[in-house]
Ligand binder design. Structure first.
Ligand SMILES: Cc1cc2nc3c(=O)[nH]c(=O)nc-3n(C[C@H](O)[C@H](O)[C@H](O)COP(=O)(O)OP(=O)(O)OC[C@H]3O[C@@H](n4cnc5c(N)ncnc54)[C@H](O)[C@@H]3O)c2cc1C
Length: 393
């Protein structure tokens, strides 16, 4: 129930990966910030669960991303120094693709795309000989006729922990972080923006919409229909020897198959992580939404995934699944981020940096969006993520 009206510089709607970073940096940059979330982040209902995320400097998705992941690494290292928490593990990362580009694949020939970005930015990304691949990841099998690339500086970031710490640090610096409060409506006014939640209403100078897979609900058409949401499943399988799959012992592996649905990502286990090997697939065939998505994972689904995608590719992984998680991708038509004004107002910024590759950039994106709000410009270039590119499609 709306009770009273409060005036603030900035309201951040949604405090997941993106909103937590914006709230933290905007507060550090001196704004009076209210951060609102319908749940209590980090939580299990959006896009930022399941402990860890892959991070790579050689971002095959495109050179426009590299400054963001590089800066995010710096920011996470700074947060580690301030808080004593471990956020970043430099495990190295292997990418496996088919020898020839596969027609219609989401990220066509990902090793070549990654090599191009790496070469331009002088990041070490090389094609290791098969014996080196086996030394790096003894459990990998059937890769000998594939193209394999390796980035030593790649690794994992602790996603949920990073969200929690940024929110704690934002609150400690004076941001007003309010959880279990759902924003119902955001409307531009002559001098600012009105935000109405189920508990309060706010007059804000600026608003950032970082509602992840719920974002379309706060947008008008045609912007809302640019976003689609897909259900993704993460599995933790029992392994022969947990010590061999820790962040000290192995790199992550991204195995890009013939189709999007053949993709498999394996994540080494960080200290204190779920005792099992985290493995995920991807699917873009069926859309869903965060209210109606099936958050259970059936025995059939686990068995099928194991038989088709795990057993043929990895030795020493057992069919028993110790844990599963359902996580949501928010997809854009070209798989690239959207960060731009929304609701016809330059006081409202929408951030949809998802499509399965957003986390690694989140800290720097939060900083850049906060800079744009406080100074009108940002150190890193956000222009590649503007909506206008989609109008031409
Ligand atoms: C399975 C999986 C694996 C991934 N792997 C990687 C990876 O390896 N590397 C990588 O870089 N990226 C990866 N990603 C992508 C990355 O995790 C996402 O890009 C990122 O987490 C998106 O964060 P977000 O802040 O946009 O969304 P969320 O974290 O979902 O945050 C949105 C928040 O908004 C809140 N909210 C929604 N509506 C409202 C409302 N009306 N009022 C108030 N609050 C609201 C929600 O409660 C939520 O907390 C992966 C994603 C998934 C799902």
């Amino acid at each position: 129930m709306t009770t009273h009206r409060e005036s603030v510089d900035l309201v951040v709607v949604g405090l997941g990966a993106m909103g937590a970073a914006v709230a933290y940096h905007a507060r550090l940059q001196g704004l009076a910030v209210v951060g609102l979330d319908r749940h209590s982040p980090p939580h299990q209902f959006g896009s930022t669960q399941a402990e860890t995320r892959i991070t790579r400097l050689a971002v095959g998705e495109g050179p426009q991303y590299l400054p963001f992941v590089r800066r995010s690494h710096e920011l996470w290292r700074e947060l580690e120094a301030t808080t004593g928490a471990d956020l970043l593990f430099e495990t190295g990362g292997l990418i496996v693709t088919e020898q020839e580009p596969v027609e219609g694949q989401r990220w066509e020939d990902f090793v070549t795309a990654t090599q191009r970005v790496a070469a331009e930015a002088q990041v070490d990304f090389h094609l290791p000989a098969p014996h080196e691949v086996t030394r790096l990841c003894p459990m990998l099998r059937g890769f000998e006729d594939k193209r394999v690339g390796y980035e030593p500086s790649a690794g994992l970031v602790m996603a949920e922990r990073a969200v929690r710490i940024q929110l704690e640090q934002a609150a400690a610096a004076g941001a007003d972080i309010r959880t279990d409060e759902t924003v119902l409506k955001v409307s531009p006014t002559v001098n600012g923006v009105d935000v109405v939640s189920d508990k309060c209403s706010y007059s804000a100078d600026r608003v950032v919409l970082a509602a992840g897979p719920w974002l379309h609900e706060l947008l008008p058409q045609p912007q809302a229909s640019l976003l689609s949401v897909t259900r993704q499943v993460v599995y933790w399988f029992e392994v022969d020897n947990l010590a061999t799959t820790s962040t000290d012992a192995m790199p992550f592996v991204m195995w890009v198959g013939d189709t999007d649905e053949q993709y498999v990502g394996i994540f080494p286990t960080p200290p204190g992580g779920t005792p099992g090997l985290k493995i995920l697939g991807e699917q873009f065939l069926e859309d869903t939404d965060p209210h109606s998505v099936d958050r259970s994972v059936s025995t059939d689904e686990i068995e099928r995934f194991y038989e088709q995608l795990v057993k043929p590719k990895f030795d020493g992984v057992h069919p028993r699944c110790v844990k599963t998680a359902v996580c949501l991708y928010t997809n854009t038509p070209d798989d690239h981020f959207i960060i731009d004004h929304a609701l016809d107002s330059d006081r409202i910024t929408m951030m949809s940096p998802c499509s399965g590759h957003g986390f690694k950039h989140s800290a720097a994106l939060g900083e850049a969006v906060a800079q744009q709000i406080t100074t009108g410009t940002s150190t890193l270039d956000l222009s590649p993520f503007k909506l206008e590119r989609l109008a031409a499609r």
